[in-house]
Design a protein. Structure first.
Length: 566
């Protein structure tokens, strides 16, 4: 049969469903522009908060091989940081642009997943556009996108939703070995980005139970080729994570000061808060001041539990009447479970934990919107306003994440009783040379809780910055009583040396060398003392010793250059 060129051109310009492809291209371009604009304030933002612990900020990283980056808990995530580091190690722009593009890619997958689920529920597919627009521009996502360390959320979600889309769009109800292999690879990549994606097999089971044809047991049995390997992969992934993570101080059953059931009671309150932040994202913070619930009666944990039980019961009872909402609620709870159930984590409430589970809340919203009886133009206008407001709010929130000082000023304003917020803001002010403001927040942090070693050391540096020698030494000696380290004695030597108390300085530096002869900073301060005494050769020797121990020590390199050494 002869096909006309006009018909060929028409076929090439249609979407897979048979409609024109240009609306999809236009929407994609508009969405990409919107998300880049929304996060434009943070595209050249600083490394903030836990970014300082990432491999690219570790001293001597330039000399380390790729293996040293990826031999950890999240090798896939670390590989992406390594790729960013290669072309521009000193610039943050590449990291931020990658984060935004990853988030955009996740949004495309969310659109595909939601659209397929809408079709299964016989709901209008235009709701997928709204759902993906909210996901793309919701301000609660800023922590996952504008924060470089937040990439773990978007990268893991990229593989997670890719697997989910592959499952939803499979051609046959019974999965074959190729599909199972593809899903297993995507699960491994997701787990290599962040551990909470271990819920993928459970999500696929839930989806089969909810939407598949025939009996639930029969559908699951027919997919043994899928669930068998995925279950084995999940177990292997869990074993890998446990072998790397151990009993961490910030996550796991080794967290001090909170038991598994106390964390669970606290999460009964936090999960409704996540729902509230999705509906009305006001008061977003990088560090919430959340009191723990030591019992069900503590801080109203019982009320949160009642809410969760009532919502879950409603999902079960109204499953036939509102399947999309019922399914969405169960998905939300499932995807939130790894971080919001019985495994203690140092921070009970964190914005970025809503990134992956948000799809469940979006499905609930879609179920509600499909029942609205108002005119289509009026509804479309209202939803457009919602997305526009989210866009504006995300732009404002990304400004906060663009720098250390605005981030912690915002956090202190919202959590004035949180020690860590004042501590971080004090350090940010100190780095910026705003020593008086720094000292004020160290004092506030010290008044909220008994200061620990790290707070005392940084507090002393702020005192020294203002030439307050005796208060600085008092803080350092208090820290030395807590932890007898080369670091604290080297600082005592530095402060006393600046004050002209040379004998005390040498005693402190000799003590530092005795505690740890390989602590490079001690030799920098020894060099300073020798240089001040006119012993240039001795000073150069100490600076070279510091560089031998740590080739990345900038103080030693600069001091040696001032002496005319190499």
């Amino acid at each position: 049969m002869k096909v006309k060129k006009k018909e060929i051109r028409k076929s090439a310009a249609t979407a897979p469903e048979g409609g024109p492809v240009w609306p999809y291209l236009a929407a994609t371009c508009a969405a990409l522009f919107a998300v880049l604009h929304a996060y434009s304030p943070s595209l050249r933002g600083e490394f903030v908060f836990d970014d300082s612990y990432l491999p690219m900020n570790v001293p001597g990283v330039a000399e380390k091989p790729l293996a040293s980056w990826i031999l950890g808990v999240r090798p896939v995530l670390m590989l992406t940081y390594w790729l960013n580091y290669q072309p521009a190690s000193d610039s943050t722009a590449g990291y931020h642009v990658w984060n935004v593009l990853l988030h955009f890619g996740v949004t495309v997958l969310v659109f595909l997943c939601v659209r397929r689920l809408l079709a299964l529920a016989s709901a209008p597919d235009w709701l997928a556009w709204f759902a993906s627009g909210v996901f793309l521009l919701h301000p609660v996502q800023a922590e996952s996108v504008a924060y470089i360390a937040g990439r773990s959320e978007s990268l893991s979600a990229l593989f997670y939703f890719a697997a989910f889309a592959l499952f939803l769009y499979r051609r046959k109800a019974a999965a074959g070995w190729p599909l199972s292999a593809g899903l297993l690879v995507l699960l491994a990549l997701a787990l290599g980005s962040k551990e909470h994606t271990i819920t993928l097999p459970a999500l696929l089971l839930l989806t089969d139970w909810f939407w598949g044809e025939g009996g639930a047991a029969g559908r699951i049995k027919a997919n043994w080729r899928l669930y068998g390997p995925l279950a084995a992969g999940a177990v292997a992934g869990a074993a890998f994570v446990l072998s790397r993570i151990g009993l961490k101080a910030t996550a796991g059953f080794g967290v001090t000061g909170i038991t598994w059931y106390e964390y669970l009671f606290t999460q009964f309150r936090m999960i409704p808060l996540y729902v509230g932040k999705f509906l009305l994202p006001a008061g977003l913070s990088a560090d919430y001041d959340v009191p723990l619930s030591r019992s069900l009666a503590d801080h109203g944990a019982w009320a949160g539990l009642l809410f969760l039980l009532a919502a879950t019961a409603a999902a079960v009872v109204w499953r036939k009447r509102a399947p999309l909402a019922a399914y969405g609620w169960l998905v939300f709870l499932l995807l939130l479970a790894p971080t919001s159930s019985v495994v203690p984590i140092e921070d009970p409430l964190v914005d970025r934990r809503l990134y992956l589970p948000m799809i469940g809340l979006l499905l609930i919203g879609c179920d509600g919107l499909r029942r609205v009886r108002t005119g289509r133009p009026a509804l479309a206008g209202a939803l457009a306003v919602v997305v526009l407001l989210a866009w504006i709010a995300t732009y404002q929130r990304s400004k906060v994440w663009a720098g250390t000082i605005p981030l912690w000023e915002d956090t202190v304003a919202k959590s004035p009783g949180k020690v860590r917020a004042h501590f971080q803001l004090a350090h940010a002010y100190f780095v910026a040379g705003r020593c008086e403001e720094s000292l004020r927040h160290y004092e506030t942090a010290g008044s909220l809780e008994p200061p620990d070693y790290r707070l005392l050391v940084d507090w002393a540096l702020a005192e020294d910055c203002l030439n307050r020698t005796e208060p600085a030494l008092a803080r350092l000696r208090q820290a030395a009583d807590m932890e007898r380290s080369a670091h604290v004695y080297a600082l005592i030597g530095m402060v006393t040396g600046k004050a002209g108390r040379t004998e005390e300085a040498w005693q402190a530096l000799d003590t530092a060398v005795a505690i740890d002869p390989n602590f490079d900073v001690t030799y920098v301060y020894r060099g300073h003392l020798k240089a001040a005494a006119g012993d240039r050769a001795g000073a150069a020797q100490d600076y070279r010793k510091a560089l031998e121990l740590n080739p990345g020590n900038p103080l030693a390199r600069e001091a040696l250059q001032r002496l005319g050494g190499r």
